[in-house]
Design a protein around this ligand. Structure first.
Ligand code: FES
Length: 165
């Protein structure tokens, strides 16, 4: 006979039943929390409106005296030309009416040319060469109360209009 104290058979190597329940409850609650958080995120995405925010079509071109007489000022970032001609200031769209490429001002030739398929335009927007079906549109241009030149790129004009300064 030895002096060794023997544990009861059922307790040897067996985790207690209470510990099993607690561990199961923790894992279960963790899984429910993860699933709930995922559902909340997807629910928010689903319910939030699908809206695209575009930049304003109105361009603030600054003071009119930035544009000296007989000048063409390209603004490729906004896709416009500000032209100060003999009758005043006007704005042309720089987007080619053929397939929408951005045209370029060629000061050495005094014309606007499209690099894509070779359309060419006079500085009043009239096409004289290439496949473009229409002239470059004139855009609504005006001076606001603070004396700044504003251009509305979303409003092509039917008739030529000049800002006289
Ligand atoms: S896009 Fe300008 S000529 Fe074709």
């Amino acid at each position: 006979m030895s002096d060794e104290v023997k544990k009861p058979e059922s307790a040897v190597g067996q985790p207690c039943a209470e510990c099993n329940r607690r561990r199961f409850a923790k894992v279960g609650l963790g899984a429910i929390a993860v699933a709930g958080a995922g559902s909340a995120v997807f629910g928010y995405e689903f319910l939030s409106p699908n809206v695209l925010y575009e930049p304003s079509p109105i361009v603030d071109a600054g003071k009119p005296d930035l544009y000296p007489a007989d000048s063409v000022t390209p603004d490729p970032q906004n896709g416009i030309y500000i032209v100060h001609g003999a009758q005043g200031i006007y704005t042309l769209s720089a987007v080619c009416t053929h397939l929408g490429c951005l045209t370029a001002w060629k000061p050495e030739l005094g014309i606007i040319a499209c690099p894509c398929h070779g359309s060419k335009f006079h500085i009043d927007g009239v096409r004289f060469d290439g496949p473009a079906p229409r002239p470059l549109p004139w855009l609504k241009t005006w001076v606001d109360d603070d004396g700044n030149l504003l251009v509305d790129r979303s409003e092509p004009l039917e008739k030529k209009q000049f800002v006289r300064i």
